[in-house]
Design a protein around this ligand. Structure first.
Ligand code: IPM
Ligand code: MG
Length: 362
């Protein structure tokens, strides 16, 4: 059967890195992978093309596809737009519209990149963490939200900004099930991260996670406050197997975890709905500062294709093939600037993509 993959390159380095991932997909034809892609605009590109960061046509394409591959969104020239028209809003809306509530962000250290990590090699060697971030709730979407004029500190009216951290029991329950399921297939340890010492929302989160844990007696559940988790991630990251957390904490912790692995340019993600349909994107942003220079690292996007094969398209053998190819190019010494260390071979975006394709074929 022909798989339909919606390709949403987005902004900044998005189009460059997505092009390399599509190259890798094309190379999979030789292994019998049958697919067609269709491209559409999202983010700033959506705004430029249709006045909307998530044009109707792009959403429709994504909804009807078997899987979605996304680059990145955002750029400084869109920052002055009204909030609803900003690139980030397009990303948040597509996650919500497709009901992609479970965001899987693995932080895996490739041994060859240990020297690129800002932590000591012995602290990160063998690192393999999976962060399961809830993606369609929390302070990102909670109502009420806004900026209003109200009496301030001295009684005079001034502007206040506010958002609402909010989770329903069912929202926590469904993402908890995903996280426990993943922990079962890994080392059987799940750490739920919240701030239950201060926030009611976190108190409920913790209660529901404990309730769900009763169905997974083989998983060892622990709890950690988010401030401590942020500290433990740089102190002793290998204590973690699977982390489950809310949207905002997961956003922050996954950026932190990415640096343990040497570069945010290495980390892929999967965003899944109830039936494992998903959108796949690197966790890094659109990096406007290096856009158009051909130096961005395409590996996070290529590894996102690996996750797409694994989680949505059930092509485990192909997933392993691409994964092995990436390991091979790292072993061969190919490095983009973000993971470059002395004595390795510095290459650009396209050359890195070509090297992966060559390794796939070779
Ligand atoms: C991410 C990004 C997004 C988020 C932004 C671009 C809206 O930081 O995917 O982690 O906050 O979720
Ligand atoms: Mg983020």
């Amino acid at each position: 059967m022909t798989k339909r993959i919606a390709v949403l390159p987005g902004d900044g380095i998005g189009p460059e890195i997505v092009a390399e991932a599509v190259k890798v997909l094309e190379a999979l034809r030789d292994f019998g992978f049958n697919f067609e892609t269709e491209q559409a605009a999202i983010g700033g590109a959506g705004y430029d093309a249709a006045g909307d960061p998530l044009p109707e046509a792009s959403l429709k394409l994504a909804k009807h596809a078997d899987a979605v591959l996304l680059g990145a969104v955002g750029g400084p020239h869109y920052d002055k737009l009204p909030r609803d028209l900003r690139p980030e809003r397009g990303l948040l809306r597509i996650r919500k519209e497709l009901n992609l509530f479970a965001n899987l962000r693995p932080a895996l250290l490739y041994p060859e990149l240990a020297a690129a990590s800002s932590l000591k090699p012995e602290v990160v060697a063998g690192l393999d963490i999976m962060i399961v971030r809830e993606l369609t709730g929390d302070i990102y979407f909670g109502q009420p939200r806004g900026i209003e004029t109200r009496p301030g500190l001295n009684g005079q009216r001034e502007r206040v900004g506010f958002n609402t951290m909010l989770y329903s029991e069912s929202e926590v329950r469904r993402v908890a099930h995903v996280a426990f399921g993943i922990a079962m297939k890994r080392r059987g340890q799940l750490c739920s991260v919240e701030k239950a010492n201060v926030l009611e929302c976190s108190e409920l989160w913790k209660e529901i996670v404990i309730e769900v844990s009763k169905e997974y007696p083989d998983v060892a559940l622990s709890h950690m406050y988010v401030d401590n988790a942020a500290m433990q991630l740089v102190r002793a990251p290998k204590q973690f197997d699977v982390i489950v957390t809310g949207n905002i904490f997961g956003d922050i912790l996954s950026d932190e975890a990415s640096m343990l692995t040497g570069s945010i340019g290495m980390l892929p993600s999967a965003s899944l709905d109830e039936s494992n349909k998903g959108m796949y994107e690197p966790i890094h942003g659109s990096a406007p500062d290096i856009a158009g220079q051909g130096i961005a690292n395409p590996l996070a996007t290529i590894l996102s294709v690996v996750m797409m094969m694994r989680y949505t398209l059930n092509e485990t053998v192909l997933a392993d093939r691409i994964d092995t190819a990436v390991q091979k190019v790292l072993a061969q010494g190919y490095r983009t600037g973000d993971i470059y260390t002395e004595g390795t071979n510095r290459v650009g975006t396209a050359a890195m993509g070509d090297a992966v394709v060559a390794a796939l074929r070779g």
